[in-house]
Write a protein that binds this ligand. Structure first.
Ligand code: FUB
Ligand code: ZN
Length: 621
Protein backbone atom coordinates (compact mmCIF):
# COMPACT_ATOMS: atom_id res chain seq x y z
CA UNK A 1 0.00 0.00 0.00
CA UNK A 2 1.23 3.48 -0.78
CA UNK A 3 2.00 5.79 2.12
CA UNK A 4 -0.51 8.56 2.92
CA UNK A 5 0.70 11.75 1.28
CA UNK A 6 0.46 13.84 4.43
CA UNK A 7 2.85 11.52 6.26
CA UNK A 8 5.87 11.99 3.98
CA UNK A 9 7.78 15.11 3.01
CA UNK A 10 10.55 14.77 0.46
CA UNK A 11 13.44 17.11 1.25
CA UNK A 12 15.78 16.08 -1.59
CA UNK A 13 16.67 19.32 -3.44
CA UNK A 14 16.17 17.63 -6.81
CA UNK A 15 12.57 16.77 -5.98
CA UNK A 16 11.88 20.02 -4.14
CA UNK A 17 13.02 22.01 -7.20
CA UNK A 18 10.56 20.21 -9.47
CA UNK A 19 7.79 20.41 -6.86
CA UNK A 20 8.36 24.12 -6.26
CA UNK A 21 8.08 24.83 -9.97
CA UNK A 22 4.65 23.22 -9.92
CA UNK A 23 3.55 24.82 -6.67
CA UNK A 24 4.58 28.35 -7.61
CA UNK A 25 3.97 28.34 -11.37
CA UNK A 26 2.79 25.11 -12.88
CA UNK A 27 -0.53 24.57 -11.15
CA UNK A 28 -1.77 28.12 -11.70
CA UNK A 29 -0.68 27.87 -15.32
CA UNK A 30 -2.55 24.58 -15.76
CA UNK A 31 -5.66 25.95 -14.09
CA UNK A 32 -5.53 28.91 -16.46
CA UNK A 33 -5.26 26.49 -19.37
CA UNK A 34 -8.34 24.66 -18.09
CA UNK A 35 -10.16 27.98 -18.00
CA UNK A 36 -8.99 29.13 -21.42
CA UNK A 37 -9.84 25.85 -23.12
CA UNK A 38 -13.34 25.62 -21.71
CA UNK A 39 -12.63 22.67 -19.42
CA UNK A 40 -13.93 24.48 -16.34
CA UNK A 41 -16.69 26.23 -18.27
CA UNK A 42 -18.09 22.82 -19.23
CA UNK A 43 -18.90 22.25 -15.56
CA UNK A 44 -20.48 25.68 -15.20
CA UNK A 45 -22.66 25.08 -18.23
CA UNK A 46 -23.98 21.85 -16.76
CA UNK A 47 -24.65 23.61 -13.48
CA UNK A 48 -26.63 26.27 -15.34
CA UNK A 49 -28.72 23.55 -16.96
CA UNK A 50 -27.50 24.31 -20.47
CA UNK A 51 -27.50 21.80 -23.26
CA UNK A 52 -24.83 21.79 -25.95
CA UNK A 53 -21.69 23.90 -25.96
CA UNK A 54 -19.34 21.22 -24.67
CA UNK A 55 -15.75 22.31 -25.38
CA UNK A 56 -12.86 20.01 -26.16
CA UNK A 57 -12.39 16.28 -25.92
CA UNK A 58 -14.86 13.97 -24.25
CA UNK A 59 -12.48 13.21 -21.38
CA UNK A 60 -11.48 16.78 -20.56
CA UNK A 61 -13.11 16.57 -17.12
CA UNK A 62 -10.26 14.29 -16.08
CA UNK A 63 -7.75 17.13 -16.45
CA UNK A 64 -9.65 19.22 -13.91
CA UNK A 65 -9.76 16.26 -11.52
CA UNK A 66 -6.05 15.46 -11.85
CA UNK A 67 -5.25 19.11 -11.33
CA UNK A 68 -7.40 19.24 -8.20
CA UNK A 69 -5.63 16.14 -6.93
CA UNK A 70 -2.27 17.81 -7.63
CA UNK A 71 -3.38 21.00 -5.89
CA UNK A 72 -4.30 18.98 -2.81
CA UNK A 73 -0.82 17.45 -2.62
CA UNK A 74 0.73 20.86 -3.22
CA UNK A 75 -1.39 22.42 -0.49
CA UNK A 76 -0.17 19.82 1.98
CA UNK A 77 3.41 20.76 1.13
CA UNK A 78 2.92 24.54 0.96
CA UNK A 79 -0.51 25.76 2.04
CA UNK A 80 -0.72 28.76 -0.24
CA UNK A 81 -4.01 30.53 -0.94
CA UNK A 82 -3.87 30.02 -4.71
CA UNK A 83 -3.84 26.27 -4.19
CA UNK A 84 -6.81 26.36 -1.84
CA UNK A 85 -8.58 28.57 -4.37
CA UNK A 86 -8.09 25.95 -7.10
CA UNK A 87 -9.42 23.26 -4.78
CA UNK A 88 -12.43 25.28 -3.66
CA UNK A 89 -13.31 26.23 -7.18
CA UNK A 90 -12.90 22.68 -8.48
CA UNK A 91 -15.12 21.36 -5.70
CA UNK A 92 -17.85 23.87 -6.46
CA UNK A 93 -17.63 23.12 -10.18
CA UNK A 94 -18.00 19.39 -9.75
CA UNK A 95 -20.73 19.59 -7.13
CA UNK A 96 -22.63 21.96 -9.40
CA UNK A 97 -22.38 19.61 -12.38
CA UNK A 98 -23.27 16.44 -10.51
CA UNK A 99 -26.58 14.78 -11.27
CA UNK A 100 -28.93 13.81 -8.47
CA UNK A 101 -27.97 10.15 -8.87
CA UNK A 102 -24.28 10.91 -8.39
CA UNK A 103 -23.23 10.81 -12.06
CA UNK A 104 -20.72 13.42 -13.22
CA UNK A 105 -19.63 13.81 -16.83
CA UNK A 106 -19.88 17.11 -18.64
CA UNK A 107 -19.47 15.66 -22.13
CA UNK A 108 -22.53 13.47 -21.73
CA UNK A 109 -24.49 16.01 -19.70
CA UNK A 110 -24.02 18.77 -22.26
CA UNK A 111 -23.60 17.08 -25.60
CA UNK A 112 -25.31 13.69 -25.35
CA UNK A 113 -27.63 13.50 -22.35
CA UNK A 114 -29.41 10.50 -23.88
CA UNK A 115 -26.21 8.50 -24.35
CA UNK A 116 -24.98 7.93 -20.83
CA UNK A 117 -22.88 4.74 -20.74
CA UNK A 118 -23.88 3.98 -24.33
CA UNK A 119 -20.28 3.43 -25.33
CA UNK A 120 -18.10 2.34 -22.44
CA UNK A 121 -15.28 1.43 -24.80
CA UNK A 122 -14.71 4.89 -26.17
CA UNK A 123 -16.24 7.61 -24.04
CA UNK A 124 -14.17 7.50 -20.86
CA UNK A 125 -17.01 8.24 -18.43
CA UNK A 126 -15.64 5.84 -15.84
CA UNK A 127 -12.07 6.93 -16.54
CA UNK A 128 -13.03 10.49 -15.64
CA UNK A 129 -14.93 9.48 -12.54
CA UNK A 130 -12.02 7.33 -11.43
CA UNK A 131 -9.81 10.41 -11.50
CA UNK A 132 -12.49 12.30 -9.62
CA UNK A 133 -12.49 9.65 -6.89
CA UNK A 134 -8.72 10.00 -6.57
CA UNK A 135 -9.05 13.79 -6.33
CA UNK A 136 -11.68 13.41 -3.61
CA UNK A 137 -9.44 11.10 -1.61
CA UNK A 138 -6.43 13.38 -1.92
CA UNK A 139 -8.34 16.56 -1.10
CA UNK A 140 -10.15 15.01 1.83
CA UNK A 141 -6.89 13.68 3.25
CA UNK A 142 -5.29 17.10 3.01
CA UNK A 143 -8.16 19.46 3.80
CA UNK A 144 -10.63 17.36 5.76
CA UNK A 145 -14.04 18.87 6.29
CA UNK A 146 -16.06 16.09 4.67
CA UNK A 147 -17.23 17.81 1.49
CA UNK A 148 -14.75 16.10 -0.78
CA UNK A 149 -15.49 12.80 0.91
CA UNK A 150 -19.22 13.29 0.42
CA UNK A 151 -18.63 14.02 -3.26
CA UNK A 152 -16.44 10.95 -3.68
CA UNK A 153 -18.88 8.71 -1.85
CA UNK A 154 -21.82 9.90 -3.93
CA UNK A 155 -19.93 9.16 -7.14
CA UNK A 156 -18.83 5.77 -5.85
CA UNK A 157 -22.42 5.01 -4.73
CA UNK A 158 -23.59 5.81 -8.22
CA UNK A 159 -21.04 3.46 -9.78
CA UNK A 160 -21.74 0.67 -7.31
CA UNK A 161 -25.47 0.91 -7.88
CA UNK A 162 -25.05 0.91 -11.67
CA UNK A 163 -22.40 -1.73 -12.34
CA UNK A 164 -21.55 -5.07 -10.84
CA UNK A 165 -23.00 -8.51 -10.31
CA UNK A 166 -26.77 -8.44 -10.76
CA UNK A 167 -26.48 -4.98 -12.25
CA UNK A 168 -24.96 -3.85 -15.52
CA UNK A 169 -21.96 -5.82 -16.75
CA UNK A 170 -19.58 -3.08 -17.78
CA UNK A 171 -16.17 -1.59 -17.15
CA UNK A 172 -14.30 1.33 -18.62
CA UNK A 173 -12.57 1.32 -21.98
CA UNK A 174 -9.71 3.15 -20.27
CA UNK A 175 -8.81 1.73 -16.89
CA UNK A 176 -8.64 4.10 -13.91
CA UNK A 177 -11.91 3.72 -12.06
CA UNK A 178 -10.55 0.49 -10.56
CA UNK A 179 -7.79 2.53 -8.86
CA UNK A 180 -10.21 5.23 -7.75
CA UNK A 181 -12.66 2.74 -6.26
CA UNK A 182 -9.95 0.86 -4.41
CA UNK A 183 -8.79 4.17 -2.98
CA UNK A 184 -12.23 5.31 -1.77
CA UNK A 185 -12.74 1.81 -0.38
CA UNK A 186 -9.68 2.06 1.83
CA UNK A 187 -9.76 5.70 2.73
CA UNK A 188 -13.47 5.99 3.45
CA UNK A 189 -14.03 2.42 4.66
CA UNK A 190 -16.28 1.26 1.82
CA UNK A 191 -15.86 -2.45 1.10
CA UNK A 192 -18.43 -2.30 -1.72
CA UNK A 193 -16.14 -0.05 -3.72
CA UNK A 194 -13.33 -2.56 -3.46
CA UNK A 195 -15.69 -5.33 -4.55
CA UNK A 196 -16.69 -3.38 -7.64
CA UNK A 197 -13.07 -2.67 -8.45
CA UNK A 198 -12.26 -6.37 -8.07
CA UNK A 199 -15.23 -7.37 -10.21
CA UNK A 200 -14.25 -4.98 -13.00
CA UNK A 201 -10.68 -6.24 -12.90
CA UNK A 202 -11.86 -9.83 -13.14
CA UNK A 203 -14.44 -9.19 -15.85
CA UNK A 204 -12.10 -7.46 -18.29
CA UNK A 205 -11.02 -9.86 -21.01
CA UNK A 206 -13.77 -12.41 -20.36
CA UNK A 207 -16.39 -13.14 -22.99
CA UNK A 208 -18.76 -11.88 -24.17
CA UNK A 209 -16.94 -8.56 -24.13
CA UNK A 210 -19.19 -5.59 -23.45
CA UNK A 211 -17.01 -3.61 -25.86
CA UNK A 212 -17.56 -6.14 -28.62
CA UNK A 213 -21.29 -5.83 -28.01
CA UNK A 214 -20.97 -2.06 -28.44
CA UNK A 215 -19.12 -2.44 -31.72
CA UNK A 216 -21.88 -4.72 -32.95
CA UNK A 217 -24.62 -2.36 -31.84
CA UNK A 218 -25.41 0.18 -34.58
CA UNK A 219 -26.58 2.83 -32.11
CA UNK A 220 -23.45 2.60 -30.01
CA UNK A 221 -21.25 2.36 -33.09
CA UNK A 222 -22.81 5.49 -34.53
CA UNK A 223 -21.74 7.27 -31.34
CA UNK A 224 -18.11 6.15 -31.77
CA UNK A 225 -17.73 5.25 -35.46
CA UNK A 226 -13.94 4.87 -35.39
CA UNK A 227 -14.15 2.27 -32.64
CA UNK A 228 -13.43 -0.76 -34.84
CA UNK A 229 -10.25 0.68 -36.32
CA UNK A 230 -8.14 0.09 -33.26
CA UNK A 231 -10.23 -2.43 -31.32
CA UNK A 232 -10.50 -4.96 -34.15
CA UNK A 233 -7.96 -7.00 -36.00
CA UNK A 234 -8.83 -7.97 -39.58
CA UNK A 235 -12.46 -7.12 -38.92
CA UNK A 236 -12.70 -9.31 -35.81
CA UNK A 237 -12.99 -7.97 -32.25
CA UNK A 238 -9.59 -8.14 -30.63
CA UNK A 239 -9.70 -5.84 -27.59
CA UNK A 240 -5.97 -5.94 -26.86
CA UNK A 241 -5.86 -2.15 -27.25
CA UNK A 242 -7.67 -1.97 -23.89
CA UNK A 243 -6.31 -5.23 -22.45
CA UNK A 244 -9.68 -6.84 -23.15
CA UNK A 245 -8.33 -9.65 -25.31
CA UNK A 246 -7.98 -12.04 -22.41
CA UNK A 247 -8.33 -11.99 -18.61
CA UNK A 248 -5.36 -10.50 -16.82
CA UNK A 249 -4.53 -13.85 -15.25
CA UNK A 250 -3.91 -15.28 -18.74
CA UNK A 251 -1.89 -12.38 -20.10
CA UNK A 252 1.79 -12.85 -20.82
CA UNK A 253 2.99 -9.49 -22.01
CA UNK A 254 2.05 -5.83 -21.96
CA UNK A 255 -0.24 -5.13 -24.88
CA UNK A 256 -2.20 -2.25 -26.35
CA UNK A 257 -2.40 1.27 -25.02
CA UNK A 258 0.41 1.75 -22.52
CA UNK A 259 -1.32 4.00 -19.97
CA UNK A 260 -4.38 1.74 -19.93
CA UNK A 261 -2.18 -1.29 -19.36
CA UNK A 262 -0.34 0.33 -16.44
CA UNK A 263 -3.58 1.43 -14.82
CA UNK A 264 -5.01 -2.05 -15.22
CA UNK A 265 -2.05 -3.55 -13.38
CA UNK A 266 -2.25 -0.86 -10.67
CA UNK A 267 -5.94 -1.48 -10.14
CA UNK A 268 -5.32 -5.21 -9.88
CA UNK A 269 -2.55 -4.65 -7.33
CA UNK A 270 -4.77 -2.34 -5.32
CA UNK A 271 -7.40 -5.05 -5.10
CA UNK A 272 -5.29 -8.16 -4.70
CA UNK A 273 -1.85 -6.99 -3.56
CA UNK A 274 0.35 -10.05 -3.86
CA UNK A 275 -2.30 -12.33 -2.35
CA UNK A 276 -3.71 -14.03 -5.44
CA UNK A 277 -1.25 -16.54 -6.85
CA UNK A 278 -2.60 -16.64 -10.40
CA UNK A 279 -2.73 -12.90 -10.65
CA UNK A 280 0.71 -12.43 -9.12
CA UNK A 281 2.19 -14.92 -11.56
CA UNK A 282 0.62 -13.06 -14.47
CA UNK A 283 1.82 -9.67 -13.27
CA UNK A 284 5.34 -10.94 -12.64
CA UNK A 285 5.35 -12.47 -16.12
CA UNK A 286 4.20 -9.23 -17.68
CA UNK A 287 6.71 -7.29 -15.61
CA UNK A 288 9.64 -9.31 -16.93
CA UNK A 289 8.49 -9.17 -20.50
CA UNK A 290 7.88 -5.43 -20.33
CA UNK A 291 11.06 -4.40 -18.56
CA UNK A 292 13.33 -6.82 -20.44
CA UNK A 293 11.97 -6.32 -23.95
CA UNK A 294 9.66 -3.33 -24.28
CA UNK A 295 11.11 -0.54 -22.16
CA UNK A 296 13.49 2.24 -23.12
CA UNK A 297 16.64 2.85 -21.09
CA UNK A 298 14.87 6.00 -19.86
CA UNK A 299 12.01 3.89 -18.48
CA UNK A 300 9.78 5.10 -21.30
CA UNK A 301 7.20 2.58 -22.45
CA UNK A 302 4.79 2.33 -25.36
CA UNK A 303 6.96 3.00 -28.40
CA UNK A 304 4.23 3.55 -30.97
CA UNK A 305 2.22 6.62 -31.83
CA UNK A 306 -0.44 4.54 -33.63
CA UNK A 307 -1.90 2.95 -30.51
CA UNK A 308 -0.08 5.09 -27.93
CA UNK A 309 1.30 1.81 -26.83
CA UNK A 310 3.10 -1.44 -27.31
CA UNK A 311 4.16 -3.08 -30.54
CA UNK A 312 6.52 -6.06 -30.54
CA UNK A 313 9.51 -7.08 -28.46
CA UNK A 314 12.67 -5.01 -29.00
CA UNK A 315 10.87 -2.47 -31.18
CA UNK A 316 12.33 0.61 -29.49
CA UNK A 317 13.07 3.29 -32.07
CA UNK A 318 14.70 6.36 -30.55
CA UNK A 319 13.60 9.33 -32.59
CA UNK A 320 9.99 8.25 -33.01
CA UNK A 321 9.66 6.89 -29.48
CA UNK A 322 6.20 7.70 -28.17
CA UNK A 323 7.04 6.97 -24.51
CA UNK A 324 4.17 9.07 -23.25
CA UNK A 325 4.79 10.88 -19.98
CA UNK A 326 1.60 9.33 -18.55
CA UNK A 327 2.82 5.86 -19.45
CA UNK A 328 6.07 6.45 -17.57
CA UNK A 329 4.08 7.67 -14.60
CA UNK A 330 1.88 4.58 -14.88
CA UNK A 331 4.98 2.39 -14.83
CA UNK A 332 6.15 4.12 -11.63
CA UNK A 333 2.72 3.65 -10.08
CA UNK A 334 2.76 -0.04 -10.92
CA UNK A 335 6.40 -0.54 -9.91
CA UNK A 336 5.82 0.90 -6.43
CA UNK A 337 2.79 -1.35 -5.94
CA UNK A 338 4.78 -4.41 -7.05
CA UNK A 339 7.66 -3.41 -4.79
CA UNK A 340 5.38 -3.03 -1.79
CA UNK A 341 3.58 -6.32 -2.43
CA UNK A 342 6.59 -8.49 -3.22
CA UNK A 343 9.17 -6.73 -1.08
CA UNK A 344 11.72 -6.80 -3.87
CA UNK A 345 13.99 -3.86 -4.65
CA UNK A 346 14.18 -4.61 -8.37
CA UNK A 347 10.77 -3.03 -8.83
CA UNK A 348 12.07 0.22 -7.40
CA UNK A 349 15.05 0.07 -9.76
CA UNK A 350 12.54 0.43 -12.58
CA UNK A 351 10.59 3.02 -10.59
CA UNK A 352 13.74 5.13 -10.41
CA UNK A 353 14.65 4.56 -14.04
CA UNK A 354 11.28 5.85 -15.12
CA UNK A 355 11.00 8.65 -12.55
CA UNK A 356 14.44 10.20 -12.91
CA UNK A 357 14.49 10.00 -16.70
CA UNK A 358 11.41 9.53 -18.83
CA UNK A 359 8.95 11.05 -16.36
CA UNK A 360 10.85 14.15 -15.25
CA UNK A 361 11.72 14.90 -18.88
CA UNK A 362 7.98 15.47 -19.26
CA UNK A 363 8.21 18.90 -17.65
CA UNK A 364 10.44 21.96 -18.01
CA UNK A 365 12.28 23.69 -15.18
CA UNK A 366 9.57 26.33 -14.86
CA UNK A 367 6.83 23.73 -14.53
CA UNK A 368 4.81 25.35 -17.29
CA UNK A 369 5.74 23.41 -20.45
CA UNK A 370 5.44 19.67 -21.03
CA UNK A 371 6.45 16.80 -23.22
CA UNK A 372 3.73 14.40 -24.20
CA UNK A 373 6.16 12.09 -26.02
CA UNK A 374 9.65 11.53 -24.66
CA UNK A 375 11.87 10.51 -27.58
CA UNK A 376 15.48 9.50 -27.03
CA UNK A 377 16.67 11.44 -30.03
CA UNK A 378 15.61 14.74 -31.51
CA UNK A 379 16.56 16.93 -34.42
CA UNK A 380 15.63 19.91 -32.29
CA UNK A 381 12.03 19.90 -33.38
CA UNK A 382 10.54 18.26 -30.30
CA UNK A 383 9.73 21.06 -27.89
CA UNK A 384 7.79 21.14 -24.64
CA UNK A 385 4.38 22.75 -25.01
CA UNK A 386 2.35 24.83 -22.56
CA UNK A 387 -0.69 22.61 -23.10
CA UNK A 388 -2.29 20.10 -25.46
CA UNK A 389 -5.77 19.43 -26.82
CA UNK A 390 -5.31 16.03 -25.22
CA UNK A 391 -3.74 17.32 -22.03
CA UNK A 392 -3.50 14.14 -19.99
CA UNK A 393 0.21 14.51 -19.29
CA UNK A 394 0.55 17.96 -17.66
CA UNK A 395 -1.80 17.38 -14.71
CA UNK A 396 -0.67 13.78 -14.42
CA UNK A 397 2.97 14.74 -13.95
CA UNK A 398 1.84 17.42 -11.52
CA UNK A 399 -0.12 15.04 -9.31
CA UNK A 400 2.62 12.43 -9.47
CA UNK A 401 5.61 14.64 -8.68
CA UNK A 402 3.76 16.49 -5.95
CA UNK A 403 2.78 13.20 -4.29
CA UNK A 404 6.14 11.52 -4.77
CA UNK A 405 6.54 10.91 -1.05
CA UNK A 406 3.77 8.30 -1.22
CA UNK A 407 6.03 6.07 -3.27
CA UNK A 408 9.35 6.29 -1.46
CA UNK A 409 8.75 4.70 1.92
CA UNK A 410 6.32 2.09 3.16
CA UNK A 411 5.40 0.46 6.43
CA UNK A 412 3.20 -2.26 7.78
CA UNK A 413 3.23 -4.56 10.83
CA UNK A 414 6.66 -4.43 12.39
CA UNK A 415 8.51 -3.28 9.27
CA UNK A 416 9.46 0.09 7.83
CA UNK A 417 11.00 0.13 4.32
CA UNK A 418 12.96 2.96 2.79
CA UNK A 419 12.35 2.03 -0.81
CA UNK A 420 13.99 4.99 -2.53
CA UNK A 421 16.79 6.61 -0.50
CA UNK A 422 15.96 10.22 -1.35
CA UNK A 423 16.22 12.71 1.49
CA UNK A 424 12.87 12.81 3.28
CA UNK A 425 11.02 12.79 6.56
CA UNK A 426 8.21 10.30 7.12
CA UNK A 427 5.79 9.79 9.97
CA UNK A 428 5.74 6.00 9.79
CA UNK A 429 4.68 3.26 12.19
CA UNK A 430 6.37 0.16 13.50
CA UNK A 431 4.22 -2.37 15.36
CA UNK A 432 1.70 0.38 16.04
CA UNK A 433 4.30 2.80 17.47
CA UNK A 434 4.66 6.12 15.62
CA UNK A 435 8.19 6.38 14.20
CA UNK A 436 9.60 9.43 12.52
CA UNK A 437 12.00 8.30 9.82
CA UNK A 438 14.57 10.78 8.55
CA UNK A 439 16.63 10.00 5.47
CA UNK A 440 19.67 12.20 4.96
CA UNK A 441 21.20 11.80 1.54
CA UNK A 442 22.08 13.59 -1.66
CA UNK A 443 20.86 10.67 -3.70
CA UNK A 444 20.70 10.32 -6.71
CA UNK A 445 23.71 12.61 -7.05
CA UNK A 446 25.81 11.35 -4.15
CA UNK A 447 25.85 7.99 -2.42
CA UNK A 448 26.04 8.61 1.31
CA UNK A 449 22.73 7.62 2.95
CA UNK A 450 21.86 7.92 6.64
CA UNK A 451 18.52 6.65 7.89
CA UNK A 452 17.65 7.80 11.40
CA UNK A 453 14.58 6.70 13.34
CA UNK A 454 12.74 8.43 16.14
CA UNK A 455 10.18 6.04 17.65
CA UNK A 456 7.77 7.58 20.12
CA UNK A 457 8.85 4.81 22.50
CA UNK A 458 11.38 1.98 22.05
CA UNK A 459 9.97 -0.55 19.61
CA UNK A 460 11.12 -3.91 18.30
CA UNK A 461 10.93 -4.30 14.53
CA UNK A 462 12.67 -4.30 11.18
CA UNK A 463 14.08 -1.40 9.21
CA UNK A 464 14.76 -2.13 5.55
CA UNK A 465 16.76 0.12 3.27
CA UNK A 466 16.97 -0.57 -0.45
CA UNK A 467 20.32 -0.66 -2.20
CA UNK A 468 19.63 0.79 -5.66
CA UNK A 469 20.52 -1.69 -8.37
CA UNK A 470 22.23 1.05 -10.37
CA UNK A 471 24.86 1.67 -7.67
CA UNK A 472 28.24 0.48 -8.95
CA UNK A 473 29.17 -0.84 -5.51
CA UNK A 474 28.01 -0.21 -1.95
CA UNK A 475 29.18 -0.69 1.59
CA UNK A 476 27.44 -0.88 4.91
CA UNK A 477 28.96 -1.90 8.24
CA UNK A 478 28.04 -5.51 9.04
CA UNK A 479 26.38 -6.25 5.69
CA UNK A 480 27.79 -8.06 2.70
CA UNK A 481 24.72 -9.07 0.77
CA UNK A 482 21.33 -7.43 0.34
CA UNK A 483 18.30 -9.75 0.39
CA UNK A 484 15.95 -8.98 -2.50
CA UNK A 485 17.72 -5.65 -2.93
CA UNK A 486 17.32 -4.55 0.71
CA UNK A 487 19.55 -4.40 3.76
CA UNK A 488 17.63 -5.00 6.94
CA UNK A 489 18.09 -4.59 10.66
CA UNK A 490 15.81 -6.23 13.19
CA UNK A 491 16.20 -5.02 16.77
CA UNK A 492 14.74 -2.74 19.38
CA UNK A 493 14.81 0.79 17.97
CA UNK A 494 15.35 3.81 20.17
CA UNK A 495 15.13 7.52 19.52
CA UNK A 496 18.01 8.61 17.26
CA UNK A 497 19.17 5.15 16.17
CA UNK A 498 20.61 5.26 12.68
CA UNK A 499 21.96 3.09 9.91
CA UNK A 500 24.46 4.21 7.32
CA UNK A 501 24.90 3.07 3.74
CA UNK A 502 27.43 4.20 1.16
CA UNK A 503 26.66 3.86 -2.51
CA UNK A 504 29.21 4.31 -5.23
CA UNK A 505 27.58 6.01 -8.22
CA UNK A 506 30.17 5.79 -10.94
CA UNK A 507 29.27 6.88 -14.49
CA UNK A 508 29.29 4.04 -16.96
CA UNK A 509 28.60 3.19 -20.55
CA UNK A 510 25.63 0.93 -21.21
CA UNK A 511 25.09 -1.35 -24.16
CA UNK A 512 21.81 -2.63 -25.44
CA UNK A 513 20.59 -6.09 -26.45
CA UNK A 514 21.41 -6.21 -30.18
CA UNK A 515 17.86 -7.24 -30.96
CA UNK A 516 17.05 -3.54 -30.60
CA UNK A 517 18.12 -2.49 -34.09
CA UNK A 518 18.12 1.19 -33.24
CA UNK A 519 20.94 0.82 -30.72
CA UNK A 520 23.39 -1.39 -32.59
CA UNK A 521 26.83 0.18 -32.46
CA UNK A 522 25.71 2.69 -29.85
CA UNK A 523 26.22 3.32 -26.17
CA UNK A 524 24.24 5.17 -23.55
CA UNK A 525 25.65 6.74 -20.41
CA UNK A 526 24.27 6.30 -16.92
CA UNK A 527 25.30 7.46 -13.47
CA UNK A 528 23.25 5.83 -10.73
CA UNK A 529 19.66 5.94 -11.92
CA UNK A 530 20.23 8.97 -14.16
CA UNK A 531 20.56 8.40 -17.88
CA UNK A 532 22.45 11.09 -19.76
CA UNK A 533 22.12 12.65 -23.18
CA UNK A 534 24.16 14.83 -25.50
CA UNK A 535 22.68 18.17 -26.54
CA UNK A 536 23.62 20.40 -29.43
CA UNK A 537 24.02 23.22 -26.95
CA UNK A 538 27.02 21.45 -25.43
CA UNK A 539 28.50 19.94 -28.58
CA UNK A 540 28.18 23.02 -30.74
CA UNK A 541 27.14 20.83 -33.66
CA UNK A 542 24.35 18.46 -34.63
CA UNK A 543 24.74 15.63 -32.12
CA UNK A 544 24.10 12.87 -34.64
CA UNK A 545 27.56 13.62 -36.09
CA UNK A 546 29.29 12.75 -32.82
CA UNK A 547 31.09 9.44 -32.33
CA UNK A 548 32.08 8.60 -28.77
CA UNK A 549 35.37 6.93 -27.89
CA UNK A 550 34.52 4.72 -24.92
CA UNK A 551 38.15 3.87 -24.25
CA UNK A 552 38.72 7.44 -23.09
CA UNK A 553 36.26 6.86 -20.24
CA UNK A 554 33.96 9.27 -18.48
CA UNK A 555 34.70 12.11 -16.12
CA UNK A 556 32.27 14.20 -14.10
CA UNK A 557 31.90 17.73 -12.84
CA UNK A 558 29.29 18.96 -10.42
CA UNK A 559 26.55 21.36 -11.35
CA UNK A 560 24.88 23.71 -8.89
CA UNK A 561 21.38 23.02 -10.19
CA UNK A 562 20.00 20.14 -8.10
CA UNK A 563 18.07 18.85 -11.11
CA UNK A 564 21.36 18.37 -12.94
CA UNK A 565 23.74 17.42 -10.13
CA UNK A 566 26.57 16.35 -12.39
CA UNK A 567 27.61 16.81 -15.96
CA UNK A 568 29.54 13.96 -17.50
CA UNK A 569 32.30 14.40 -20.04
CA UNK A 570 33.09 12.06 -22.88
CA UNK A 571 35.74 12.12 -25.56
CA UNK A 572 35.08 11.49 -29.20
CA UNK A 573 35.03 13.16 -32.55
CA UNK A 574 32.72 14.92 -34.93
CA UNK A 575 32.69 14.03 -38.58
CA UNK A 576 33.30 17.54 -39.87
CA UNK A 577 33.42 16.68 -43.57
CA UNK A 578 31.89 19.49 -45.54
CA UNK A 579 29.01 18.21 -47.60
CA UNK A 580 27.73 19.66 -50.86
CA UNK A 581 26.07 18.16 -53.85
CA UNK A 582 25.10 14.49 -54.18
CA UNK A 583 23.64 12.67 -51.24
CA UNK A 584 26.13 9.79 -51.67
CA UNK A 585 29.83 10.34 -52.26
CA UNK A 586 33.02 8.28 -51.88
CA UNK A 587 34.51 10.76 -49.49
CA UNK A 588 36.98 10.43 -46.60
CA UNK A 589 35.85 11.17 -43.06
CA UNK A 590 37.30 14.23 -41.36
CA UNK A 591 37.16 13.36 -37.72
CA UNK A 592 37.70 16.32 -35.43
CA UNK A 593 38.45 15.31 -31.81
CA UNK A 594 36.19 16.86 -29.23
CA UNK A 595 35.22 16.48 -25.58
CA UNK A 596 31.52 16.75 -25.03
CA UNK A 597 29.48 17.39 -21.90
CA UNK A 598 26.42 15.26 -21.23
CA UNK A 599 23.46 16.28 -19.07
CA UNK A 600 20.75 14.19 -17.39
CA UNK A 601 18.13 13.23 -19.97
CA UNK A 602 15.37 14.59 -17.73
CA UNK A 603 16.80 18.09 -18.12
CA UNK A 604 17.15 18.17 -21.90
CA UNK A 605 15.54 20.95 -23.87
CA UNK A 606 15.74 23.49 -21.06
CA UNK A 607 18.39 25.65 -22.74
CA UNK A 608 16.82 26.35 -26.09
CA UNK A 609 16.16 24.21 -29.12
CA UNK A 610 18.67 21.80 -30.58
CA UNK A 611 19.39 18.21 -31.44
CA UNK A 612 19.66 15.60 -28.68
CA UNK A 613 20.68 11.98 -28.46
CA UNK A 614 20.79 9.33 -25.73
CA UNK A 615 22.26 6.41 -27.68
CA UNK A 616 25.54 7.74 -29.06
CA UNK A 617 27.37 6.24 -32.02
CA UNK A 618 30.38 4.42 -30.58
CA UNK A 619 33.61 3.83 -32.41
CA UNK A 620 37.19 4.80 -32.93
CA UNK A 621 37.64 8.38 -33.92
O1 FUB B 1 -7.37 8.82 -23.23
C1 FUB B 1 -7.00 9.46 -22.04
C2 FUB B 1 -5.53 9.72 -22.04
O2 FUB B 1 -5.22 10.55 -23.15
C3 FUB B 1 -4.66 8.52 -22.22
O3 FUB B 1 -4.24 7.93 -21.04
C4 FUB B 1 -3.53 9.06 -23.00
O4 FUB B 1 -2.75 8.08 -23.63
C5 FUB B 1 -4.21 9.98 -23.96
O5 FUB B 1 -4.80 9.27 -24.99
ZN1 ZN C 1 -0.55 11.63 -21.10
Amino acid sequence: MLAPHTRVRVTAPLVVAWQDALIHQGLSHQWRMCEETGRTENFRRVARGEKGGFAGRYYNDSDVYKLAEAAAYAHALTPEPHLKAILDEALGLVEGAQHADGYVGTFISLAHPDKRYLCLAAKHEMYCMGHLLEACCAAEEVLGGGRWQALGESVADHLVSTFGPGRRRGYGGHEEVEIGLARTARQFGRPGDLELSRWMTDQRGTRPSPFEDEINDPVSLAFAPTLPTIWCDAGKYDGSYAQDDKPLRDQTTAVGHAVRAMYQYCGAMDVYGGDDTGLSEALLRIWSSLTERRMYVTGGIGSSFANEGFTTDFDLPNRTAYAETCAGIGLCMWAARMGAAFGDGRFFDIFERSLFNGVLSGMDFAGTAYHYENPLESEGDHIRQPWFDCACCPPNIARFILSLGRYLVSWGGGTVSVDVPLAMEAQAEMSGVPVKVVVESEYPHKGSVVVRVHPQSPVYGTLRVRVPGTATTWSCPGHTHPAHGYLSWTKEWKDGDEVVLDLELRPEFLRCDPRVNANIGRVAVQRGPLVYCLEEKDLGARVQRFVVDESAGLTESSDADPRVGHRLHVHGAIDAADWHGPLYQAKARQMMPVTAALVPYATWGNRGQGSMQVWLAAGRA
